[in-house]
Ligand binder design. Structure first.
Ligand SMILES: Cc1ncc(COP(=O)(O)O)c(C=O)c1O
Length: 394
Protein backbone atom coordinates (compact mmCIF):
# COMPACT_ATOMS: atom_id res chain seq x y z
CA UNK A 1 0.00 0.00 0.00
CA UNK A 2 1.24 3.50 -0.75
CA UNK A 3 2.69 5.33 2.22
CA UNK A 4 -0.18 7.24 3.81
CA UNK A 5 1.88 10.42 3.79
CA UNK A 6 1.61 10.43 -0.02
CA UNK A 7 -1.85 9.08 -0.21
CA UNK A 8 -3.72 11.57 1.93
CA UNK A 9 -4.22 15.27 2.28
CA UNK A 10 -2.04 16.05 5.32
CA UNK A 11 -4.70 18.38 6.73
CA UNK A 12 -7.54 15.88 6.69
CA UNK A 13 -6.18 12.44 5.89
CA UNK A 14 -4.25 11.75 9.06
CA UNK A 15 -6.52 13.03 11.78
CA UNK A 16 -6.12 10.62 14.69
CA UNK A 17 -9.18 8.54 15.52
CA UNK A 18 -11.02 9.83 18.55
CA UNK A 19 -9.29 8.66 21.72
CA UNK A 20 -12.67 7.82 23.16
CA UNK A 21 -13.09 5.09 20.57
CA UNK A 22 -10.68 2.82 22.35
CA UNK A 23 -12.76 2.97 25.52
CA UNK A 24 -15.98 2.40 23.55
CA UNK A 25 -14.45 -0.60 21.74
CA UNK A 26 -13.36 -2.11 25.06
CA UNK A 27 -16.81 -1.53 26.56
CA UNK A 28 -18.38 -3.36 23.62
CA UNK A 29 -15.96 -6.26 23.93
CA UNK A 30 -16.54 -6.64 27.66
CA UNK A 31 -20.32 -6.49 27.24
CA UNK A 32 -20.17 -9.04 24.43
CA UNK A 33 -18.34 -11.30 26.89
CA UNK A 34 -21.26 -10.97 29.32
CA UNK A 35 -19.85 -8.33 31.70
CA UNK A 36 -22.25 -5.71 33.09
CA UNK A 37 -20.33 -2.55 32.28
CA UNK A 38 -21.51 0.79 33.69
CA UNK A 39 -21.01 3.61 31.18
CA UNK A 40 -20.52 7.15 32.48
CA UNK A 41 -19.33 8.26 29.09
CA UNK A 42 -22.34 9.75 27.30
CA UNK A 43 -21.91 13.14 25.67
CA UNK A 44 -25.65 13.37 25.18
CA UNK A 45 -28.85 13.54 27.23
CA UNK A 46 -30.22 10.16 28.25
CA UNK A 47 -33.76 11.48 27.66
CA UNK A 48 -35.83 10.89 24.56
CA UNK A 49 -36.77 13.87 22.38
CA UNK A 50 -40.01 15.40 23.75
CA UNK A 51 -43.14 14.23 21.92
CA UNK A 52 -44.30 17.62 20.50
CA UNK A 53 -40.99 17.90 18.65
CA UNK A 54 -41.35 14.43 17.16
CA UNK A 55 -44.98 15.07 16.25
CA UNK A 56 -44.07 18.26 14.38
CA UNK A 57 -41.41 16.49 12.34
CA UNK A 58 -43.75 13.57 11.57
CA UNK A 59 -46.48 16.00 10.47
CA UNK A 60 -43.96 17.81 8.25
CA UNK A 61 -42.90 14.54 6.65
CA UNK A 62 -46.53 13.53 6.08
CA UNK A 63 -47.29 16.86 4.46
CA UNK A 64 -44.49 16.43 1.96
CA UNK A 65 -41.70 18.50 3.49
CA UNK A 66 -39.24 16.18 1.83
CA UNK A 67 -37.39 18.45 -0.59
CA UNK A 68 -34.17 20.45 -0.32
CA UNK A 69 -34.45 23.23 2.23
CA UNK A 70 -32.97 26.72 1.75
CA UNK A 71 -29.19 26.64 2.28
CA UNK A 72 -29.26 28.60 5.55
CA UNK A 73 -32.41 26.86 6.82
CA UNK A 74 -36.12 27.69 6.50
CA UNK A 75 -36.87 31.40 7.02
CA UNK A 76 -39.53 30.47 9.64
CA UNK A 77 -36.92 28.61 11.67
CA UNK A 78 -34.39 31.44 11.36
CA UNK A 79 -37.08 33.87 12.50
CA UNK A 80 -37.89 31.62 15.45
CA UNK A 81 -34.18 31.49 16.33
CA UNK A 82 -34.03 35.30 16.23
CA UNK A 83 -36.99 35.46 18.64
CA UNK A 84 -35.28 32.94 20.93
CA UNK A 85 -32.02 34.93 20.91
CA UNK A 86 -33.96 38.11 21.71
CA UNK A 87 -36.12 36.56 24.44
CA UNK A 88 -33.53 34.41 26.18
CA UNK A 89 -30.18 36.03 25.44
CA UNK A 90 -31.03 39.70 24.92
CA UNK A 91 -29.61 39.58 21.39
CA UNK A 92 -31.02 41.26 18.30
CA UNK A 93 -30.34 39.55 15.00
CA UNK A 94 -31.98 39.60 11.62
CA UNK A 95 -32.79 36.19 10.05
CA UNK A 96 -30.14 36.95 7.41
CA UNK A 97 -27.58 36.67 10.22
CA UNK A 98 -28.59 33.12 11.13
CA UNK A 99 -27.33 29.95 9.46
CA UNK A 100 -28.80 26.58 10.44
CA UNK A 101 -26.48 23.59 9.96
CA UNK A 102 -26.25 19.88 10.69
CA UNK A 103 -25.51 20.30 14.39
CA UNK A 104 -23.58 22.89 16.35
CA UNK A 105 -20.47 20.91 15.46
CA UNK A 106 -21.12 21.63 11.82
CA UNK A 107 -21.73 25.33 12.59
CA UNK A 108 -18.41 25.42 14.44
CA UNK A 109 -16.46 23.73 11.69
CA UNK A 110 -18.12 25.97 9.06
CA UNK A 111 -17.29 29.20 10.83
CA UNK A 112 -13.75 28.12 11.70
CA UNK A 113 -13.24 27.27 8.01
CA UNK A 114 -14.39 30.67 6.82
CA UNK A 115 -12.58 32.75 9.47
CA UNK A 116 -9.24 31.04 9.92
CA UNK A 117 -6.59 31.63 7.27
CA UNK A 118 -3.39 29.63 6.79
CA UNK A 119 -1.15 30.19 9.78
CA UNK A 120 -3.68 32.16 11.80
CA UNK A 121 -3.55 31.47 15.49
CA UNK A 122 -6.70 30.33 17.27
CA UNK A 123 -6.72 30.75 21.03
CA UNK A 124 -8.25 27.80 22.86
CA UNK A 125 -8.55 27.74 26.65
CA UNK A 126 -7.47 24.30 27.87
CA UNK A 127 -9.12 21.95 28.84
CA UNK A 128 -11.30 22.22 25.74
CA UNK A 129 -13.94 20.29 23.86
CA UNK A 130 -11.88 17.84 21.88
CA UNK A 131 -13.10 18.72 18.38
CA UNK A 132 -11.90 22.34 18.36
CA UNK A 133 -8.21 21.62 17.67
CA UNK A 134 -8.92 19.31 14.74
CA UNK A 135 -11.31 21.87 13.21
CA UNK A 136 -8.66 24.57 13.48
CA UNK A 137 -5.96 22.40 11.92
CA UNK A 138 -8.22 21.33 9.07
CA UNK A 139 -8.73 25.02 8.30
CA UNK A 140 -4.95 25.55 8.22
CA UNK A 141 -4.84 27.40 11.52
CA UNK A 142 -2.51 26.95 14.46
CA UNK A 143 -3.89 26.15 17.94
CA UNK A 144 -2.58 28.25 20.77
CA UNK A 145 -3.74 26.56 23.96
CA UNK A 146 -4.09 28.69 27.07
CA UNK A 147 -3.77 26.52 30.15
CA UNK A 148 -6.27 26.96 32.96
CA UNK A 149 -6.50 25.11 36.25
CA UNK A 150 -8.67 24.62 39.30
CA UNK A 151 -7.52 27.93 40.83
CA UNK A 152 -9.64 29.82 38.30
CA UNK A 153 -12.17 26.97 38.10
CA UNK A 154 -10.73 26.14 34.68
CA UNK A 155 -11.79 29.50 33.31
CA UNK A 156 -9.74 31.75 31.09
CA UNK A 157 -8.92 35.04 32.79
CA UNK A 158 -8.47 38.37 31.05
CA UNK A 159 -4.82 38.43 32.21
CA UNK A 160 -4.10 34.99 30.76
CA UNK A 161 -5.78 35.97 27.50
CA UNK A 162 -3.86 39.24 27.33
CA UNK A 163 -0.52 37.52 27.72
CA UNK A 164 -1.34 34.76 25.23
CA UNK A 165 -2.41 37.02 22.35
CA UNK A 166 0.15 37.46 19.61
CA UNK A 167 0.02 39.45 16.36
CA UNK A 168 -1.02 36.22 14.61
CA UNK A 169 -3.95 35.58 16.95
CA UNK A 170 -7.25 35.97 15.19
CA UNK A 171 -9.94 33.94 16.89
CA UNK A 172 -10.76 32.89 20.47
CA UNK A 173 -13.00 29.91 21.15
CA UNK A 174 -15.03 30.26 24.30
CA UNK A 175 -17.30 27.51 25.64
CA UNK A 176 -19.65 28.26 28.52
CA UNK A 177 -21.13 26.17 30.12
CA UNK A 178 -18.09 24.07 29.37
CA UNK A 179 -17.46 20.54 28.26
CA UNK A 180 -15.51 18.91 29.95
CA UNK A 181 -14.94 21.12 33.01
CA UNK A 182 -18.51 22.18 33.87
CA UNK A 183 -17.37 25.81 34.20
CA UNK A 184 -19.84 28.68 33.64
CA UNK A 185 -18.40 32.17 33.13
CA UNK A 186 -19.99 34.93 35.17
CA UNK A 187 -21.02 38.20 33.58
CA UNK A 188 -18.08 39.97 35.22
CA UNK A 189 -15.61 37.41 33.91
CA UNK A 190 -17.04 37.76 30.41
CA UNK A 191 -16.86 41.55 30.61
CA UNK A 192 -13.17 41.37 31.46
CA UNK A 193 -12.55 39.00 28.54
CA UNK A 194 -14.60 41.19 26.18
CA UNK A 195 -12.37 44.14 26.95
CA UNK A 196 -9.26 42.22 25.84
CA UNK A 197 -11.05 40.76 22.81
CA UNK A 198 -11.96 44.26 21.62
CA UNK A 199 -8.60 45.78 22.44
CA UNK A 200 -6.75 43.03 20.55
CA UNK A 201 -9.17 42.83 17.63
CA UNK A 202 -10.04 39.18 18.09
CA UNK A 203 -13.17 37.42 16.91
CA UNK A 204 -14.76 35.17 19.52
CA UNK A 205 -16.63 32.00 18.68
CA UNK A 206 -18.96 31.47 21.62
CA UNK A 207 -20.11 27.87 21.92
CA UNK A 208 -23.29 27.99 24.03
CA UNK A 209 -24.77 24.54 23.42
CA UNK A 210 -25.13 23.78 27.15
CA UNK A 211 -26.71 27.14 27.99
CA UNK A 212 -29.81 25.66 29.65
CA UNK A 213 -27.93 23.15 31.77
CA UNK A 214 -26.77 25.34 34.67
CA UNK A 215 -26.99 24.72 38.41
CA UNK A 216 -27.40 26.47 41.73
CA UNK A 217 -27.28 30.13 40.95
CA UNK A 218 -25.01 29.90 37.91
CA UNK A 219 -26.45 32.00 35.10
CA UNK A 220 -25.60 31.70 31.44
CA UNK A 221 -24.69 34.91 29.65
CA UNK A 222 -23.81 35.15 26.00
CA UNK A 223 -20.69 37.29 25.68
CA UNK A 224 -22.39 38.85 22.62
CA UNK A 225 -25.02 40.38 24.90
CA UNK A 226 -22.53 42.60 26.73
CA UNK A 227 -22.61 45.44 24.20
CA UNK A 228 -22.82 46.41 20.56
CA UNK A 229 -19.08 46.26 19.89
CA UNK A 230 -18.50 42.81 21.37
CA UNK A 231 -21.61 41.53 19.61
CA UNK A 232 -20.05 42.51 16.26
CA UNK A 233 -16.94 40.53 17.25
CA UNK A 234 -18.86 37.43 18.34
CA UNK A 235 -20.17 34.40 16.50
CA UNK A 236 -22.78 32.74 18.72
CA UNK A 237 -23.09 28.99 18.19
CA UNK A 238 -25.94 27.01 19.66
CA UNK A 239 -28.02 23.96 18.83
CA UNK A 240 -30.86 21.65 19.69
CA UNK A 241 -28.94 18.53 20.77
CA UNK A 242 -28.37 19.19 24.46
CA UNK A 243 -31.29 21.42 25.46
CA UNK A 244 -33.97 19.38 23.73
CA UNK A 245 -32.40 15.91 23.72
CA UNK A 246 -32.12 15.99 19.92
CA UNK A 247 -28.57 14.76 19.31
CA UNK A 248 -29.59 12.46 16.48
CA UNK A 249 -31.54 15.15 14.65
CA UNK A 250 -28.34 16.99 13.76
CA UNK A 251 -29.43 20.61 13.93
CA UNK A 252 -27.44 23.58 15.18
CA UNK A 253 -27.05 27.20 14.21
CA UNK A 254 -24.90 30.27 14.39
CA UNK A 255 -25.66 33.98 14.64
CA UNK A 256 -23.08 36.43 13.34
CA UNK A 257 -22.41 39.61 11.44
CA UNK A 258 -24.03 39.46 8.01
CA UNK A 259 -20.82 38.99 6.04
CA UNK A 260 -19.75 36.04 8.21
CA UNK A 261 -23.23 34.46 8.01
CA UNK A 262 -23.17 34.90 4.22
CA UNK A 263 -19.71 33.33 3.92
CA UNK A 264 -20.83 30.38 6.06
CA UNK A 265 -24.01 29.96 3.96
CA UNK A 266 -21.94 30.03 0.77
CA UNK A 267 -19.59 27.37 2.12
CA UNK A 268 -22.57 25.28 3.16
CA UNK A 269 -24.15 25.71 -0.28
CA UNK A 270 -21.15 24.01 -1.87
CA UNK A 271 -20.62 21.33 0.75
CA UNK A 272 -23.68 19.99 2.56
CA UNK A 273 -26.56 22.24 1.33
CA UNK A 274 -29.48 23.15 3.58
CA UNK A 275 -30.06 21.01 6.67
CA UNK A 276 -32.64 18.22 6.88
CA UNK A 277 -36.04 19.61 5.90
CA UNK A 278 -38.46 17.87 8.28
CA UNK A 279 -36.02 17.97 11.22
CA UNK A 280 -36.24 21.75 11.01
CA UNK A 281 -39.99 21.51 11.69
CA UNK A 282 -39.13 19.58 14.84
CA UNK A 283 -36.71 22.39 15.75
CA UNK A 284 -39.47 25.00 15.29
CA UNK A 285 -41.64 23.01 17.72
CA UNK A 286 -38.69 22.77 20.13
CA UNK A 287 -38.45 26.55 20.28
CA UNK A 288 -42.15 26.68 21.25
CA UNK A 289 -41.92 23.93 23.87
CA UNK A 290 -43.28 24.76 27.33
CA UNK A 291 -40.29 25.67 29.51
CA UNK A 292 -41.35 23.04 32.06
CA UNK A 293 -40.29 20.23 29.73
CA UNK A 294 -36.69 21.42 29.51
CA UNK A 295 -36.56 22.34 33.19
CA UNK A 296 -37.68 18.84 34.19
CA UNK A 297 -34.64 17.46 32.37
CA UNK A 298 -32.39 20.04 34.02
CA UNK A 299 -33.88 19.09 37.39
CA UNK A 300 -32.83 15.49 36.79
CA UNK A 301 -29.26 16.57 35.92
CA UNK A 302 -29.26 18.70 39.02
CA UNK A 303 -30.27 15.75 41.23
CA UNK A 304 -27.55 13.59 39.67
CA UNK A 305 -25.03 16.36 40.15
CA UNK A 306 -25.80 16.17 43.87
CA UNK A 307 -25.18 12.42 43.80
CA UNK A 308 -21.83 13.07 42.14
CA UNK A 309 -20.84 15.78 44.60
CA UNK A 310 -21.87 13.66 47.58
CA UNK A 311 -19.83 10.74 46.24
CA UNK A 312 -16.67 12.51 45.10
CA UNK A 313 -16.81 16.13 46.24
CA UNK A 314 -15.04 15.67 49.57
CA UNK A 315 -13.11 12.52 48.79
CA UNK A 316 -9.42 12.64 49.71
CA UNK A 317 -8.15 10.73 46.70
CA UNK A 318 -9.85 12.61 43.88
CA UNK A 319 -10.44 16.25 43.05
CA UNK A 320 -13.83 17.42 41.90
CA UNK A 321 -15.09 20.97 41.65
CA UNK A 322 -18.89 21.00 41.69
CA UNK A 323 -19.99 21.41 38.07
CA UNK A 324 -21.63 24.80 37.48
CA UNK A 325 -23.16 23.68 34.21
CA UNK A 326 -23.22 20.97 31.48
CA UNK A 327 -23.54 17.35 32.63
CA UNK A 328 -19.95 16.39 33.29
CA UNK A 329 -17.77 15.92 36.33
CA UNK A 330 -14.11 16.72 35.64
CA UNK A 331 -12.34 14.51 38.11
CA UNK A 332 -8.67 14.88 39.05
CA UNK A 333 -7.16 11.41 39.42
CA UNK A 334 -3.51 12.49 39.63
CA UNK A 335 -3.23 11.20 43.22
CA UNK A 336 -3.34 7.68 41.78
CA UNK A 337 -0.11 8.34 39.86
CA UNK A 338 -1.65 7.03 36.64
CA UNK A 339 -2.13 9.00 33.43
CA UNK A 340 -5.85 9.39 32.79
CA UNK A 341 -5.98 6.87 29.94
CA UNK A 342 -4.31 4.17 32.05
CA UNK A 343 -6.66 4.99 34.90
CA UNK A 344 -9.68 4.61 32.60
CA UNK A 345 -8.45 1.28 31.26
CA UNK A 346 -7.90 -0.03 34.80
CA UNK A 347 -11.35 1.23 35.88
CA UNK A 348 -12.91 -0.56 32.96
CA UNK A 349 -10.96 -3.80 33.19
CA UNK A 350 -11.05 -4.12 36.97
CA UNK A 351 -14.31 -2.42 37.95
CA UNK A 352 -16.45 -2.68 34.80
CA UNK A 353 -16.93 1.08 34.72
CA UNK A 354 -16.28 3.38 31.77
CA UNK A 355 -15.34 7.07 31.97
CA UNK A 356 -13.51 9.17 29.39
CA UNK A 357 -9.80 9.98 29.79
CA UNK A 358 -8.86 13.67 29.87
CA UNK A 359 -5.91 13.55 27.45
CA UNK A 360 -7.88 14.39 24.28
CA UNK A 361 -9.43 17.35 26.15
CA UNK A 362 -5.99 18.65 27.11
CA UNK A 363 -6.27 17.37 30.70
CA UNK A 364 -4.05 14.31 31.25
CA UNK A 365 -4.64 14.24 35.01
CA UNK A 366 -8.42 14.20 34.78
CA UNK A 367 -11.19 11.94 33.66
CA UNK A 368 -14.59 13.08 32.42
CA UNK A 369 -17.55 11.47 34.07
CA UNK A 370 -20.94 12.08 32.48
CA UNK A 371 -23.99 12.30 34.71
CA UNK A 372 -26.37 12.05 31.78
CA UNK A 373 -27.25 8.57 33.03
CA UNK A 374 -29.64 7.08 35.57
CA UNK A 375 -29.08 7.65 39.29
CA UNK A 376 -28.23 4.04 40.09
CA UNK A 377 -25.56 3.82 37.39
CA UNK A 378 -24.07 7.09 38.57
CA UNK A 379 -24.04 6.11 42.24
CA UNK A 380 -22.53 2.70 41.59
CA UNK A 381 -20.03 4.13 39.06
CA UNK A 382 -18.78 6.64 41.63
CA UNK A 383 -18.44 3.90 44.25
CA UNK A 384 -16.35 1.82 41.86
CA UNK A 385 -14.20 4.77 40.85
CA UNK A 386 -13.50 5.53 44.51
CA UNK A 387 -12.71 1.87 45.17
CA UNK A 388 -10.07 1.89 42.43
CA UNK A 389 -8.58 5.14 43.71
CA UNK A 390 -8.38 3.64 47.18
CA UNK A 391 -6.62 0.55 45.90
CA UNK A 392 -4.17 2.61 43.84
CA UNK A 393 -3.31 5.05 46.60
CA UNK A 394 -3.14 2.40 49.32
C1 LIG B 1 -19.00 21.88 23.70
C2 LIG B 1 -19.76 21.25 22.59
N1 LIG B 1 -20.00 21.98 21.48
C3 LIG B 1 -20.67 21.47 20.44
C4 LIG B 1 -21.14 20.17 20.48
C5 LIG B 1 -21.85 19.65 19.25
O1 LIG B 1 -23.21 19.52 19.38
P1 LIG B 1 -24.14 19.12 18.14
O2 LIG B 1 -24.75 17.80 18.50
O3 LIG B 1 -25.16 20.20 18.04
O4 LIG B 1 -23.29 19.02 16.93
C6 LIG B 1 -20.90 19.37 21.60
C7 LIG B 1 -21.35 17.97 21.62
O5 LIG B 1 -20.88 17.15 22.37
C8 LIG B 1 -20.21 19.93 22.69
O6 LIG B 1 -19.96 19.22 23.80
Amino acid sequence: MAASADRFNPRTGNIPASATLEISARVRKLRAGGRQVLALTAGEPDFDTPEPIKEAAIAALRSGITKYSPVAGYPELREAICRKLHRENGLEYDPSQIVVSNGAKHSLSNVISVLVRDGDEVLIPSPYWLSYPAMVRIAGGVCRFIETDSRTRFKLTAEALQSAVSPRSRVLILNSPANPTGAVYTRTELEALAEVILERGLTVISDEVYEKIVFEGSVHYSIASLGGEIKKRTVVVNGFSKTFAMTGWRLGYLAAEKDIAQAVANLQSQSTSGPNSFAQYGAMAALKLPAAIVSSMVKAYSRRRQILIRALGNAARVGLLPPEGSFYGWVDVSATGLPATDFCIRLLEEKDTAVIPGEPFGGPQHVRLSFACDDRTLREGCTRLMALCQELTG
